[in-house]
Design a protein around this ligand. Structure first.
Ligand code: NAD
Length: 483
C-alpha cells in the first residue's frame, strides 16, 4: 500500500535504537521503493553536529545493519540526501525554532520519540507550543510506557494535553512481526481454525519468549523493571490478545483494539501459586571463565528482580473457560526462540490400539528464529508395519514460502513506521489497552513485593527454574522444548 511523501523527525536520532533499527529500517524501505520522492528524515538529538556529520553516522549505521547487496552507491546517496539533522534539547529552547522552520505544509509530519520516556512530555509540549505539529501529525512513542498503572495514566494524560488519541502511535515491535500479523490472517481468513479455536477443542496455549543473552550492559535499566514489566505486560500480553480475541468486525484499528481490550479486561488475577520467578545463576563457561550471575550483572547482590518468569493466566469468558494460557520468558535460556503454541485436545474416541502413542495436534506459531507456522498432525507411519501412528509437522517457513530467494521479510520496525505514515493504528496499542494491561500486572507485582518473594535460581542456558516445570506438571501437561 503506497504512502504519501512525509517528514519524519527522529528525536533521539543518534541513539542506539535509531541507529540500529529505525534508520536502517527506513533505508531498507527506501531501497524497496516504498519511500516516495520528496520525503525527508530529520534526526534530532542533543549532540551538536551538522548535516554532513549526521549523514556519515547514518551511513555507518546502514553499513553495519543492512545487507551489503542493498547498499549500492546510487541508492545510498539518494537516501542520505533526504537526511538532515537538528541539534535539539527536549528540555530546553535550543533547536526548536530551527525545526519549526523546516516543517512543510503539504506532507505528512511524523515525530518518533526515540528518547527516554521521561522526555515524552517535554517533546509533546514543545511540538505543540512551537506549532511544529499540526492536527494531522503523528507521534510515535517507544516502550516502556509507564512502569505501573499510575505512571501510564499520567503519561497518557500528558500526551493527551497536546495530541488526540488518533495521533498517538504506541509502538510494540512484536506487533510488527510478520508472523504476528499472520496470526490474524490465519485465524480470520480461513474457515479451518476458528471453529476449533475455543475451550471445546483447545487444551491450553503456551507462549514462550526465550533469550540467550543476559542483561549485559543494560543491567541498571533492567534491574528496575524485570521480566514482568519488560516482556509480559507489553509484548506477551499483545500476543495473548491476538490469540484470544473475538473476531473484530473489520480489520480496522479500533475494531481490533476493542477486541484486544476485552481480552485484557477478562484476565483473571493471578495467584502466587501460578507464578514462578527466576534469576540466572553464574557458572563456569566452556572457555574456562566464569559466567556472571544476574546479581553480578546488575551489580546488586541483593537484587530480587526476576530475569525469568512463568505464569498461568486464565481468561474469564465463554470462549476460554478452563483453558490455561501458560506464559514464560527469560534471559540466558537454552535458545533464542519465541513461539506461541496452541495445543489441541485429544480426539473424543480412539479407534486405534491403545499402545499407539497419541500426540496432540499443535499449531506452533514461530516468531523467531525463522518466522513461520507449523501444525503437527498424526499420520500413519509409512511402510508395511501395519497401522502405526506418528506425528509429522506441516511446516511453513514464511521466508521459504514467500520470500524471493529466501528471506526478505521486512523488520518489524520498518513495517510499523510505514503504518505510521499511512495513518494506520491497527498494530499500535491504544491508551486504554496499556492501562488495562498495567491494571492486571500491578497487583501481581505488588503481591510478590509484599511477600518479599525471592526469585528461584536457574542455570545459565537451561530451560529456567525447576519450579516452572511444576507449573505445568501439576496440571498433567508439559512445556514445549526451548530449542
Ligand atoms: P540511547 O540512550 O541510545 O539514545 C538516547 C537518544 O536521546 C540520544 O540520541 C540522545 O542524544 C537523545 N537525548 C537524550 N537526552 C536528550 C534531550 N534532553 N534532548 C534531546 N535529545 C536527547 O537510547 P535508546 O536505546 O536509543 O532508547 C531510546 C528509547 O527507545 C527509550 O525510550 C528506550 O526505552 C526505547 N527502546 C530502546 C530499545 C533499544 O533496543 N535500544 C528497544 C526498545 C525501546
Amino acid at each position: 500500500i503506497p504512502v504519501e511523501p512525509f517528514d519524519l523527525v527522529v528525536f533521539g536520532g543518534t541513539g542506539d535504537l535509531a541507529t540500529r533499527k529505525i534508520l536502517p529500517g527506513l533505508y531498507r524501505r527506501f531501497w524497496a521503493g516504498q519511500i516516495p520522492e520528496g520525503s525527508r528524515i530529520i534526526g534530532a538529538a542533543r549532540s551538536e553536529m551538522d548535516d554532513a556529520a549526521y549523514r556519515a553516522m547514518v551511513h555507518e549505521a546502514i553499513a553495519e545493519f543492512v545487507a551489503p547487496d542493498k547498499c549500492d552507491k546510487a541508492t545510498l546517496t539518494a537516501f542520505l540526501d533526504s537526511v538532515s539533522y537538528v541539534p535539539i534539547d527536549a528540555r530546553g529552547t535550543g533547536g526548536w525554532q530551527q525545526l519549526a522552520g523546516l516543517m512543510r505544509d503539504d506532507v505528512v509530519r511524523a515525530f518518533y520519540f526515540s528518547v527516554a520516556p521521561g522526555l515524552f512530555g517535554d517533546l509533546a509540549q514543545r511540538l505543540h507550543s512551537h506549532a511544529i505539529a499540526d492536527p494531522d501529525s503523528r507521534i510515535v512513542v517507544e516502550k516502556p510506557f509507564g512502569r505501573d498503572l499510575d505512571s501510564a495514566r499520567k503519561l497518557n494524560a500528558t500526551l493527551a494535553e497536546h495530541f488526540d488519541e488518533t495521533q498517538i502511535y504506541r509502538i510494540d515491535h512484536y506487533l510488527g512481526k510478520e508472523t504476528v500479523q499472520n496470526l490474524m490472517a490465519v485465524r480470520f481468513a480461513n474457515i479451518l481454525f476458528e471453529p476449533l479455536w475455543n475451550a471445546q477443542y483447545v487444551d491450553h496455549v503456551q507462549i514462550t519468549v526465550a533469550e540467550t543473552v543476559g542483561v549485559g550492559g543494560r543491567g541498571s535499566y533492567y534491574d528496575k523493571s524485570g521480566a514482568m514489566r519488560d516482556m509480559v505486560q507489553n509484548h506477551m500480553m499483545q500476543l495473548l490478545c491476538l490469540i484470544a480475541m473475538e473476531p473484530p468486525y473489520r480489520f480496522e484499528p479500533d475494531a481490533v483494539r476493542d477486541e484486544k481490550l476485552k481480552v485484557i479486561r477478562a484476565l483473571e488475577p493471578v495467584g502466587h501459586d501460578d507464578i514462578v520467578r527466576g534469576q540466572y545463576r553464574g557458572g563456569p563457561r566452556k572457555s574456562g571463565d566464569d559466567e556472571l550471575s544476574y546479581t553480578e550483572d546488575v551489580e546488586d547482590p541483593h537484587s530480587l528482580t526476576e530475569s525469568y518468569i512463568a505464569l498461568k493466566a486464565s481468561i474469564a469468558n465463554w470462549r476460554w473457560q478452563g483453558v490455561p494460557f501458560y506464559l514464560r520468558t527469560g534471559k540466558k535460556l537454552r535458545a533464542r526462540t519465541s513461539e506461541i503454541a496452541v495445543v489441541f485436545k485429544e480426539p473424543p474416541h480412539s479407534i486405534f490400539d491403545e499402545d499407539e502413542a497419541w500426540r496432540e495436534n499443535v499449531l506452533a506459531i514461530r516468531l523467531q528464529p525463522n518466522e513461520g507456522m507449523n501444525l503437527s498432525v498424526m499420520i500413519k507411519e509409512p511402510g508395511p508395519g501395519g497401522m502405526r501412528l506418528t506425528d509429522v509437522p506441516l511446516d511453513m517457513s514464511f521466508a521459504e514460502a514467500l520470500g524471493e530467494d529466501g528471506a526478505d521479510i521486512p523488520d518489524a520496525y520498518e513495517r510499523l513506521i510505514m503504518d505510521v505514515i499511512r495513518g494506520n493504528q491497527t498494530l499500535f496499542m491504544r491508551g486504554d489497552e496499556v492501562e488495562a494491561a498495567w491494571a492486571w500486572t500491578d497487583p501481581i507485582i505488588a503481591a510478590w513485593e509484599e511477600r518479599g518473594d525471592r526469585p528461584k535460581g536457574y542455570d545459565p542456558y537451561s530451560s529456567g527454574p525447576e519450579d516452572a516445570l511444576m507449573l505445568l506438571h501439576r496440571d498433567g501437561r508439559r512445556w514445549r522444548e526451548i530449542r
